[in-house]
Design a protein around this ligand. Structure first.
Ligand code: SAH
Length: 346
């Protein structure tokens, strides 16, 4: 049996240059091929027009170019597009294009399924099958950038890691994908326009601070009381709020970057005075802002968003303590493309 061919995009530029030298060609050829693979996003060797036929055939014999395929596409009334993305081994993940007046945001997945168990999130019902490779994350961004140009006449402006999966449980690949997204040899986007959202893995938050990452950090908090948080996000038992808080203090000391807390207010779960008080105390740890997000029901009806009076109460109390608070409306609800609704339904 022939050995399985290697995915050429798992090679760094240096490795690619070395490959050409070892095969009697110039190192520079590696740069040319690298450019076709990343900034030009080609999926076949045949289309690499400045590479000789012999070289292309030699590449074909040694490598494959694994790539994603947009398998299905649904468009919402509000312009949101949900893509079912087929990976080279047949797994499906979802990525969403979210247009607003001024920007187009790509919401990308980082894992097939999710390793966490947030009880209000549809993705948590899917077992984590595997991590996405850097190129699979990068390709989602490229695909949405194309759709943004096609349907909205403008380039993609922002990226959020809020699709399927927990990005900090696939940290190395997420970082590699962001390197390509921000590199001039990839998409050349600014890391200021990228937000990584996590349920909060303290050890990795500290590592990110040590690595001096330049993108934004959002934490899905939902409660600042351990017993409540554990009841809705059971992994909080392993990563309690004290550890999360410590890691965020460390993050701020190292990076001086404000953290966004994502927070949903549910009826009977976190709608009491002490919930608000705990959130205010947690917010005092470091400079931050709070995004109150609208709950998108997943079918079992167990969770219900609190009424507007409770939410107004949250807002006025946070503001009284000079905490910046935004209310985030959901997009793409009619096609199950909103936060927490990604579950490969179609
Ligand atoms: N694992 C990461 C990223 C994926 S979830 C994280 O936890 O941050 C992206 C955001 O959607 C998180 O803030 C999450 O709490 C939120 N979310 C999950 N289910 C939701 C739902 N049903 N309605 C609204 N937001 C939800």
């Amino acid at each position: 049996m022939k050995p399985k061919k290697k995915d050429i995009r798992s090679l760094t530029k240096e490795q690619l240059r070395k490959f050409f030298v070892e095969n009697g060609d110039k190192a520079f050829r590696g740069n040319q091929v690298f450019e076709w693979l990343w900034s030009k996003s080609l999926h076949t060797f045949e289309a690499m027009t400045n590479i000789s036929k012999d070289t292309r055939e030699m590449l074909e014999e040694n490598f494959v170019i694994n790539h994603i395929e947009v398998d299905s596409m649904q468009r919402s009334k509000d312009g949101t597009i949900k893509n079912g993305i087929r990976l080279h081994d047949g797994f499906i993940v979802e990525s969403v294009l979210i247009p607003t007046e001024k920007r187009t945001t790509a919401c990308v997945s980082s894992q097939v399924g999710c390793s966490l168990d947030c009880r209000f999130c549809a993705t948590s019902r899917l077992k984590r099958m595997r991590n996405l490779n850097p190129d699979e994350i990068y390709d989602q961004v490229v695909a949405i950038d194309k759709q943004s140009k096609l349907y909205h006449n403008r380039k993609l402006s922002n990226i959020v890691f809020m699709g399927m999966g927990e990005p900090l449980m696939n940290y190395n690949n997420v970082i590699k994908s962001i390197d390509k997204i921000t590199s001039p040899e990839g998409l050349g986007m600014s890391s200021k326009r990228i937000t990584v959202s996590t349920s909060g893995v303290p050890k990795i938050i500290k590592k990110m601070a040590d690595d001096e990452v330049k993108f934004n950090l959002a934490v899905s908090l939902h409660s600042a009381i351990d017993s409540v948080r554990t009841s809705i996000m059971p992994f909080n038992e392993t990563f309690p709020l004290k550890d999360l808080g410590d890691s965020l203090v460390y993050w701020f000391e190292k990076t001086q970057r404000v953290v966004t807390y994502e927070y949903i207010v549910w009826d009977g779960i976190n709608d009491k005075k002490e919930d608000i008080k705990a959130l205010i105390n947690f917010c005092k740890l470091i400079p931050c802002k709070v995004n109150l997000i609208e709950y998108n029901p997943i079918d079992d009806g167990e969770f219900q968003q609190a009424n507007s009076r409770v939410i107004d109460n949250y807002i006025s109390n946070l503001e009284m303590h000079d905490i910046v608070v935004n209310v985030r409306r959901s997009r793409g609800k009619d096609i199950d493309a909103a936060c927490g609704q990604l579950a490969n339904k179609s």
